[in-house]
Write a protein that binds this ligand. Structure first.
Ligand code: KG4
Ligand code: ZN
Length: 359
């Protein structure tokens, strides 16, 4: 049972063929990093245009890489939301056209459910299936959500960010300091060179739902720290490096980043990790979780992985391999697999939904 997955919710055009919800036969990701990098964030109009350019060759490459013809497919799955509506439309409309022309059923997938299924796919493949109930922490540039996942993939929202997503906080702090976009991978690379105890950050206690997150205070604290130090010259050096070389190496960044700033980065990363893991562990305890799933772009963070594995949690914690953590289409095809079994097909008139909720 082969499913073609198509993902275009943000700044990656991706297609993949996955067999039986567990074997990735091909996974192609065309990144738009070079386009958006110089703006320090995703520019929606440019993203839609790039998706239009990439969608046909990316799908073709995924089918060829999997030695699969459209007629061999059991279904075509596409991300229907949440995301940038102009971006979503490109992948969804292309999936609809293929489905209509070839008579292959269409399956609509929520992007957040896709992130969760990146872990489900690998667990199935490793013959260590997820035990339910599971606690899923989805942390990316657009989401910071805690879900209870029950058998049969029923979801209940336990908490979410009230302002910035964790990945967005990484991206904004990096941009403020003159580093490249996306900021998460750069901060992850540089944080081990700094003293994580250098700057003390405090988190406000959440009123209302104690499992909600907030990262805007942390971002403001970083801004105040930078303003208090008058770091214009240092930031200008990094911006100059970025103009010369769009993707500097860790060594090049280190040459223009003094110990105090490295300490700030290490302390910031440690604070984000503490915030994520404390609330995820509390959420897991509240539902008597038997597994914890961490997924989404921020799940690539090596400090987060290390902290989760050394926290001594009383259940296994699963992360996707890095290629399946950031946006990809294999996770969309994997999320469609149980829907295929249930005959949950989408009508051709289904619309993209920018703020589609999972639960
Ligand atoms: O899942 P994703 O590719 O796209 C969204 O659905 O948003 O996540 C992208 C986000 C960006 O904010 C990026 O900075 C962050 O994931 N990210 C990381 C790391 N790699 C990517 N954050 C922290 N550490 C990383 N190693
Ligand atoms: Zn994502």
């Amino acid at each position: 049972m082969r499913i073609l997955g198509i993902e275009s919710s943000c700044d990656e055009t991706a297609a993949a063929v996955v067999e039986d919800g567990e074997t990735v036969l091909s996974s192609v990701v065309a990144s738009q990093m070079a386009t958006h990098g110089k703006y320090g964030g995703v520019v929606p109009e440019l993203a839609s245009r790039e998706h239009l350019r990439a969608i046909v060759p990316v799908v073709r490459e995924a089918l060829e890489g999997a030695s699969t013809r459209l007629d061999d497919l059991a279904a075509i799955a596409a991300t229907v939301g949440p995301g940038l509506v102009g971006s979503l439309l490109v992948g969804l409309t292309y999936a609809k056209s293929l489905s209509f022309v070839r008579g292959v059923p269409l399956i609509a997938v929520n992007h957040i459910e896709g992130h969760i299924h990146a872990v489900v796919l690998e667990a199935r493949r490793a013959a260590t299936p997820i035990e339910f109930p599971a606690l899923a922490l989805v942390v990316s540039g657009g989401h910071t959500h805690l879900f209870e996942v029950r058998a049969g993939f029923a979801y209940r929202l336990l908490g979410k960010t009230r302002d910035d997503a964790a990945g967005e906080a990484f991206d904004k702090v990096a941009k403020l300091l003159g580093f490249s976009y996306p900021g998460g991978p750069v901060i992850d690379q540089l944080a081990p060179s700094g003293d994580p105890g250098a700057v003390r950050f405090t988190f406000a206690k959440m009123k209302g739902n104690a499992l909600d997150f907030s990262f805007s205070g942390l971002k403001t604290a970083v801004l105040r720290w930078v303003e208090a130090r008058g770091m214009e010259a240092e930031i200008a050096r990094r911006r100059a490096l970025l103009r010369e070389c769009p993707q500097p190496t860790a060594g090049q960044w280190l040459a223009v980043t003094p110990a105090a700033t490295l300490g700030l980065l290490a302390s910031f990363q440690r604070a984000v990790i503490a915030e994520l893991l404390t609330r995820a562990a509390a959420a897991a305890e509240s539902i008597a979780a038997r597994t914890m799933i961490v997924s989404g772009g921020v799940a690539c963070n090596s400090g987060l992985r290390a902290a989760a594995h050394s926290a001594g949690l009383p259940y296994p914690v699963y992360f996707p391999s890095p290629g399946l953590s950031t946006d990809n289409a294999a996770m969309i095809a994997a999320a469609a697999f149980p829907k295929l079994a249930r005959g949950e097909f989408a009508p051709l008139e289904i619309a993209a939904e920018a703020s589609l909720a999972l639960a």
